[in-house]
Design a protein around this ligand. Structure first.
Ligand SMILES: Cc1cc2nc3c(=O)[nH]c(=O)nc-3n(C[C@H](O)[C@H](O)[C@H](O)COP(=O)(O)O)c2cc1C
Length: 215
């Protein structure tokens, strides 16, 4: 990964609609996405990977009135991922997490396994009843998955642009997402840039002295 190049590059706003991510590259990216960690291993996500022209159009048509501008990005991207997050954590979800961890042999020692499950429940109780931020906390996990996937895409030579410009109610409705117990958090357009339309101006960020405190 060329970090210097990455630092001087704008996020891609115009994709080349004639280019498609090879299957092998896409699968590698999705394998990486699947491996991303989440706090307490809660894994609160489901991902819709839109590849067909019809699916991308369905998303572009349902971004909501004020977000039409993002439509062409989605239509010209090779793929767009809808990153959704659970609306809550029912016991059935926790049961699934624990069953998978046990099946994968995460904690072979039954005592440690039981302790882990106790700590997870305790942490979730804190989020639910003390901090009262369960949804926000889960969406923070989604954003971490988003960031890691963006970096992995760069490594694979794929441009990745996150999109927050959409109406979640409208997208949820179009893809019947709430029916699954999830809601849309953010979108990720993936593909190859249309070089003729790439932003060429300088990157604008605060200076380091405003950002860092060295103690
Ligand atoms: C989480 C996130 C969501 C974003 N959503 C959109 C979006 O919906 N539409 C868009 O055109 N750009 C979107 N952007 C791009 C930012 O506006 C852009 O990265 C920022 O203005 C800095 O510009 P630069 O990448 O050209 O330096 C998003 C960026 C991030 C990190």
């Amino acid at each position: 990964m060329d970090l210097e190049k990455l630092m001087s590059q704008h996020l891609t706003r115009a994709f080349d609609g004639s280019k498609t991510i090879p299957d092998e590259t896409l699968h590698q990216l999705l394998r990486f996405l699947r491996s991303a960690p989440t706090s307490t291993n809660i894994q609160p996500n489901h991902f819709y990977v839109l590849a067909s022209a019809e699916a991308k159009k369905q998303l572009a048509d349902n971004l909501g009135e004020r977000f039409q501008d993002n439509g062409s990005k989605i239509l010209n991207a090779s793929h767009t991922i809808i990153l959704t997050t659970r609306a809550d954590v029912p016991d059935s979800h926790l049961d699934d997490v624990f069953a998978k961890e046990t099946a994968d042999g995460r904690f072979p020692d039954p005592e440690k396994n039981a302790m882990w499950q106790y700590m997870t429940r305790d942490f979730l109780n804190l989020r639910n009843y003390a901090y009262k931020d369960l949804n926000h906390w889960m969406e923070k996990q989604t954003y971490m998955v988003l960031g890691m996937t963006m970096m992995a895409a760069v490594e694979l030579g794929v441009d990745a642009t996150p999109l927050e410009g959409f109406d979640p109610t409208s997208v949820d409705k179009a893809f019947k997402i709430r029916e699954t117990g999830h809601t849309t958090t953010v979108l990720l357009a993936l593909g190859y840039p249309d070089r003729a339309k790439a932003y060429k101006g300088p990157i604008s960020r605060f200076e380091a002295d405003r950002l860092f405190t060295f103690i």
